[in-house]
Design a protein around this ligand. Structure first.
Ligand SMILES: *[C@@H]1O[C@H](CO)[C@@H](O)[C@H](O)[C@H]1NC(C)=O
Ligand SMILES: *[C@@H]1O[C@H](CO)[C@@H](O)[C@H](O)[C@H]1NC(C)=O
Ligand SMILES: *[C@@H]1O[C@H](CO)[C@@H](O)[C@H](O)[C@H]1NC(C)=O
Ligand SMILES: *[C@@H]1O[C@H](CO)[C@@H](O)[C@H](O)[C@H]1NC(C)=O
Ligand SMILES: *[C@@H]1O[C@H](CO)[C@@H](O)[C@H](O)[C@H]1NC(C)=O
Ligand SMILES: *[C@@H]1O[C@H](CO)[C@@H](O)[C@H](O)[C@H]1NC(C)=O
Ligand SMILES: *[C@@H]1O[C@H](CO)[C@@H](O)[C@H](O)[C@H]1NC(C)=O
Ligand SMILES: CC(=O)N[C@H]1CO[C@H](CO)[C@@H](O)[C@@H]1O
Length: 622
């Protein structure tokens, strides 16, 4: 009875299978295979195979599981691995590969693929091994690289990746081996990498990484191999955790790493400063000055040194060391140079804000090449900024130069220009802030005039070319028409015209450029900063200039010219403030004499401003 039943059911099943069943099972499998097939056909179409292996072997007349380089999963007959390594193929990696939901390994190492790794592949929750080393992949690393959550192994070495390491990388918590060596990665090593606790192998060598090695990486207790050789890292090497085991071979050839037995100890700027102070002290003692003079000088010196020493120690940086950014990258981080990223424009073109994947913000100065002199202006600014480094000069991070596109990437200054603070913002700068900013500018100019082998004349100093960083420290920017004075030259003749109102008479009338021209512009800027009147204000005429107005009111009716926002009768300091500002305006007049030879120089200006500040501090401290 039971046997009959089973025979019967068996026969039915068999019959069903013969008539329809096989068809349904194959259809189910086919549906899945169709997804894989379409994905691989898209890949086939994107591959250029000079040996024509893929075009002939990847034939639809046979299952994808028989294709060369494809391995299917035994149970589901789905594509589990792609291995096209060392096949000499070119082409791109299409987003359709993100449909291979059973893919575990993807290996196309040592081919000539270009383009980038599509983020669609991050959908593949089984994908654990990616080997793309030895190709020509370009652009930035995917910002959402952290979505490739299942990854255990990622090798992107020997490609052309640019830009920063996205901080989302910290989300790759199962990743054990990571190779980014021999790309062109820039920026910092993200602190978020401390979350990659399974990491055993980390190779970042031969890139352009900057900054310090995050101390937090000490928690990566599984790390056995670590290599950051041939980058631009600086600062102390962590010594805890796995770092205790790393040798000099992990840190070869960086800009300024320090603090291990095989490198120099980290000399802090503080130590550097105190060494300088000691030298100053000895020199002064030897000169036998009286004690009082000694004390005063040291005090002034310290003030000056503190400002100076904050600038990085190497002042000269050859042009070649900065990495070029690609047009593509700049376009991407500025949303296609969109209006909403526009920070401002000037005689040279426009400045855009660009936010990089690692969160770093850049100011991108794009030169409008339609404008006369734009090429020269770009070259001049590159030339000058690449040689100079000072706390009060804007720093160039990189440049992008093609025949039809030129841009400079500069430090972003979140507080905008002094011009904005004086005439647009509704916030008011205090006397102390104005003093500090003008002292910053004077430091920057003094460095331009005396700190470099040949004197440099900025030629276009004005409040809109003074930018303020997050700490309201002033930075001089826009070196587009700056001039280098040659051997022993103190004056050169030029036709480039600077901004009316700030320009020294001998420069405006005869094109004579010398460091005194900057002193003049500085003097006007100083007066503008404390009177809140632009030299082009409508109240000024041929007969009455800003300078003349200030001069006529000094000393007795100075209160008429001072920015009213600076004097609040209720704080009881009005007279002290007036005294301070009078001295500043007097200094402004000494900077703006008609005859250049009667003007004081930037060293004297700086010293005078520092004295005024000290006096003011003394006056207002009870
Ligand atoms: C087809 O694929 C889907 C999702 O990838 C899976 O759930 C299903 O079991 C597969 N069917 C067969 C017959 O492999
Ligand atoms: C493709 O290559 C594989 C592996 O070399 C081989 O087994 C298969 O027969 C080839 N198929 C075709 C259609 O050439
Ligand atoms: C495969 O991927 C592409 C692009 O990612 C998508 O547009 C398409 O709908 C997918 N196809 C299937 C069958 O899933
Ligand atoms: C990554 O690929 C490079 C070859 O470009 C190889 O030397 C390196 O060992 C690979 N990294 C890992 C973790 O296997
Ligand atoms: C240093 O290396 C030794 C030998 O490989 C290992 O036993 C030890 O745990 C490592 N120390 C650290 C802090 O990783
Ligand atoms: C690394 O250090 C060892 C001694 O610890 C030394 O012999 C070797 O020259 C150093 N290598 C480099 C490249 O500095
Ligand atoms: C790091 O990479 C450099 C350059 O390839 C190599 O010389 C050095 O030996 C590597 N460091 C370690 C620890 O293997
Ligand atoms: C590192 C390596 O194996 N490189 C090889 C990559 O493939 C080309 C040929 O396609 C070889 O010439 C390289 O030696």
């Amino acid at each position: 009875m039971q046997t009959t039943y089973f025979l019967f059911v068996g026969a039915l099943v068999l019959l069903h299978f013969i008539v329809t069943g096989s068809a349904t099972i194959i259809v189910a499998n086919n549906q899945n295979n169709t997804v894989d097939l379409n994905a691989l056909l898209a890949f086939k179409a994107a591959i250029f195979d000079p040996q024509r292996i893929i075009p002939t072997n990847w034939s639809t007349s046979t299952s994808v599981c028989n294709w060369i380089g494809i391995t299917c999963n035994a149970r589901h007959h789905r594509v589990a691995a792609i291995d096209l390594s060392y096949m000499g193929n070119a082409g791109t990696i299409p987003p359709q590969l993100g449909n291979l939901s059973f893919l575990v390994r993807f290996n196309v190492m040592n081919n000539s693929f270009h383009g980038h790794l599509p983020t669609e592949l991050s959908r593949l929750r089984r994908l654990k091994y990616i080997s793309l080393e030895g190709n020509y992949l370009t652009g930035s690393l995917p910002a959402d690289i952290g979505y490739f959550k299942a990854l255990v192994y990622l090798n992107l070495s020997n490609n052309q990746y640019l830009g920063g390491i996205p901080s989302t990388i910290g989300a790759l918590q199962d990743l054990q081996e990571l190779s980014f060596e021999r790309n062109k990665l820039q920026g910092l090593i993200p602190d978020s990498m401390k979350n990659m606790l399974q990491l055993r192998h980390l190779d970042l060598s031969f890139n352009h990484l900057e900054g310090e090695i995050p101390n937090s990486l000490q928690v990566l207790s599984n790390l056995q191999y670590f290599n950051v050789s041939y980058n631009r890292l600086r600062g102390p090497i962590p010594h805890g955790g796995p770092f205790a085991n790393f040798t000099n071979l992990s840190f070869l050839s960086n800009e300024a790493l320090c603090g291990t037995p095989w490198l120099q100890p980290c000399t802090s700027t503080f130590e550097h400063e105190s060494r300088k102070k000691r030298i100053v002290m000895i020199v002064l003692l030897a000169s036998g000055s009286i004690i009082l003079a000694l004390v005063i000088s040291i005090f002034l010196m310290r003030l000056k040194l503190r400002k100076k020493i904050l600038a990085p120690t190497q002042n000269l940086r050859p042009m070649a060391t900065f990495e070029r950014a690609s047009f593509h990258e700049l376009r991407q981080i500025t949303n296609g140079f969109s209006e909403s990223n526009l920070l401002g424009s000037g005689s040279f073109g426009s400045v855009y804000k660009g936010i990089r994947e690692n969160g770093m913000v850049w100011a991108i100065k794009v030169f409008d090449l339609q404008l006369e002199g734009a090429f020269k202006s770009f070259d001049r600014e590159c030339e000058i900024l690449s040689c100079l480094r000072h706390r009060n000069l804007t720093r160039v991070i990189t440049a992008c130069s093609n025949l039809d596109f030129k841009a400079l990437v500069l430090e972003y200054m979140p507080n905008g220009s002094l011009e904005k603070w004086l005439h647009v913002n509704h916030h008011v700068l205090s006397i102390m802030q104005r003093l500090d900013i003008t002292i910053d500018v004077a430091c920057g100019l003094e460095y331009l005039h005396y700190g470099y082998s040949t004197p440099i004349v900025h030629c276009d100093l004005k409040p809109s070319n003074i930018l303020l960083d997050q700490d309201m420290v002033g930075h001089v920017c826009d070196f587009g028409i700056a001039k280098l004075l040659g051997d022993g030259e103190s004056v050169v003749q030029t036709k480039t015209l600077a901004t009316f109102g700030y320009i020294a008479p001998e420069y405006g009338l005869e094109g004579l450029v010398s460091t005194s021209c900057d002193v003049y512009s500085f003097g006007i800027t100083l007066m503008e900063t404390f009177t809140k009147r632009k030299p082009k204000d409508e109240m000024f005429t041929e007969e009455l200039s800003l300078r003349r107005w200030v001069q006529d009111c000094l000393p007795d009716s100075v209160i008429q010219v001072i920015d009213v926002d600076l004097l609040h009768p209720e704080d009881g300091l009005v007279q002290k403030k007036i005294n301070c500002i009078s001295s500043v305006l007097q200094l402004g007049l000494s900077c703006t004499t008609d005859a250049p030879e009667e003007r004081i120089n930037m060293k004297e200006v700086l010293r005078a401003l520092q004295k005024i500040k000290l006096q003011f501090i003394k006056d207002i401290t009870p």
